[in-house]
Design a binder for this molecule. Structure first.
Ligand code: AMP
Length: 238
């Protein structure tokens, strides 16, 4: 392995010379966008910008945005574009985004995609976005979502069906009681899937039509999916 690469456990390697630029991770709820974003952060050293995480932080802090978002999120619906766009605009001003960033869960509507496209087009410099859509079938997603639990201390994610902790209900690392996201119930999952099909699936088609787009199979190991994303980004950036 040459010194210009950083290893990925599967043997696939990310080329350090690739400047990743803006990457959009698209896909239905539960496909693993957050997990993959964290893998890519480790490889490329660019930040993960998760609109779901930012909104949850606003809810926890009780901001005005958080108060509006809380009920909408609890129903599995989408927070209005103007509020999410503004939140993303503020985050994108941070200096850690200069070499790129991974947008996880944004854009989720054609309106948000249009806003982002316009914002990037207005920048004199900077690479165009690459969109990566992660594919997983519906029944698998249902198990992933309803089985998902996370450690409130170290944020490790478990799944009671597929990746249970050693001691039922408690984090292997911290020993803390695991928690379930309020919107990870079957009822809310179905609403989130309806919102995905109606509003976000067209976003995938929007970026597919623009070319710099890749689809990866999300029903594989975390490392294999990450390697697939890295390969796609390197190919599309050439
Ligand atoms: P996530 O953590 O990405 O699954 O997002 C959780 C919830 O936050 C979603 O079900 C929406 O209610 C809200 N949300 C996250 N990102 C967006 C977005 N880009 N546009 C609108 N609502 C969002």
């Amino acid at each position: 392995m040459s010194s210009s690469v950083i290893g990925v456990e599967s043997g696939r390697a990310a080329d350090k010379t690739t400047v990743p630029g803006p990457i959009l991770l698209l896909g239905a709820p539960g496909v693993g966008k957050g997990t993959q974003a964290k893998e890519l952060v480790k490889l490329w050293g660019i930040p993960q910008i998760s609109t779901g995480d930012l909104l949850r932080a606003n809810v926890t802090q009780g901001t005005q945005l958080g108060r509006v978002a809380k009920e909408i999120m609890g129903r599995g619906e989408l927070v209005p574009d103007s509020l999410v766009d503004e939140m993303v605009a503020v985050r994108l001003q941070a200096p850690d985004t200069v070499n790129g960033y991974i947008l996880d869960g944004f854009p989720r509507t054609l309106g948000q995609a249009g806003w982002l496209d316009g914002r990037l087009a207005a920048q004199a410099q900077g690479l165009p976005v690459i969109a990566v859509s992660i594919q997983v079938d519906y029944n698998q997603l249902l198990r992933r979502i309803t089985g998902r639990r996370n450690c409130p201390v170290c944020q490790t994610i478990y799944n009671v069906y597929m990746n249970p902790p050693t001691r039922d209900g408690f984090c292997n690392v911290e020993g803390a009681a695991l928690v379930q996201r309020a919107d990870d119930t079957e009822e809310v999952f179905k609403e989130r899937m309806r919102a995905y099909v109606a509003l976000t699936a067209p976003v995938v088609e929007h970026y597919r039509a623009q070319g710099r787009f890749a689809e990866v199979d999300g029903d594989r190991s975390i490392v294999a999916i990450a390697a697939g994303i890295v390969a796609a980004v390197e190919r599309l950036r050439q």
